[in-house]
Design a protein around this ligand. Structure first.
Ligand SMILES: NC(=O)c1ccc[n+]([C@@H]2O[C@H](COP(=O)([O-])OP(=O)(O)OC[C@H]3O[C@@H](n4cnc5c(N)ncnc54)[C@H](O)[C@@H]3O)[C@@H](O)[C@H]2O)c1
Length: 214
């Protein structure tokens, strides 16, 4: 039986799916010292960001000879000494696509919020102020051009959503993915060509920020 330690917790459905496949999943957080002992008993260690997997944990795991895989449920792997783990025969994996849509939706949410002063209007309303005029100068995103710098996983999700609400979308990236322009209907542009760059947002010098495409 494969023994899995999910030291930063695991979603119920994932635990059930793994258990249905005959794995044992233990959800228990250990402090760094205690983790050295704990890892000796597991084939797989699944972490999010709270657990740090450092050289002493890898040394302990290697001594016991059981741990084969460390999975980071998320994008960055800076909480794991990846090179040291792999040099000691322990594979490290992450889930780089898992949060791309969420992050893109967050960015989209901020775009709507900026276009309509949602944050400041909410704040002032909770201060019993009804600043209807000050925050009535919102703009539509439809028809505006969005320039995405870094057209990777998140950028592509964002581009697709922005197109769906009627924005024009262009992208800049140091690496061009063959076929992606045709697939998504979004073209790469050069940052040096001002004609191809999208209009920018500026903050008006008054106390009420006004987005002004130029
Ligand atoms: N805050 C969060 O919850 C969260 C979640 C996921 C990802 N992220 C972060 O968001 C970032 C993007 O994630 P992703 O999954 O889209 O990554 P990705 O690797 O798929 O995309 C990044 C893109 O940026 C491009 N790039 C790199 N340097 C560049 C430069 N100088 N100019 C232009 N383009 C450049 C790369 O070629 C790549 O296409 C990462 O830093 C990631 O860690 C944050």
């Amino acid at each position: 039986m494969i023994k899995i330690l999910a030291s930063d917790g695991m979603e119920k459905g994932a635990v059930a799916a793994l258990e249905a496949k005959g794995c044992q999943v233990d959800q228990q957080f250990y402090d760094p010292e205690a983790l050295k002992e704990a890892v000796k008993n597991y084939d797989v260690l699944v972490v999010r960001s709270a657990t740090k997997v450092r050289a002493p944990h890898i040394d302990a795991a290697k001594e016991a000879g059981k741990l084969k895989l460390v999975i980071r449920g998320g994008v960055g792997v800076d909480n794991i000494d990846v090179k040291y783990a792999e040099a000691n025969g322990i594979t490290v994996r992450n889930t780089p696509r898992a949060s791309s849509q969420s992050v893109a939706e967050l960015a989209m949410g901020h775009m709507f919020a900026c276009a309509r002063f949602l944050s400041i209007a909410g704040h002032t309303m909770r201060e019993d102020k009804w600043e209807k005029k000050a925050y009535a100068k919102g703009i539509e995103l439809q028809g505006k051009t969005l320039g995405i710098i870094g057209f990777g996983r998140i950028g592509q999700h964002l581009g697709v959503m922005a197109k769906a609400i009627g924005m024009k979308v262009v992208a800049f990236d140091i690496f061009h993915i063959p076929g992606i322009e045709e697939q998504l209907g979004i073209n790469y542009v050069s940052p040096t060509s001002s004609a191809s760059m999208p209009p920018r947002w500026t903050a008006a010098p008054s106390s009420t920020p006004t987005p002004s495409p130029r």
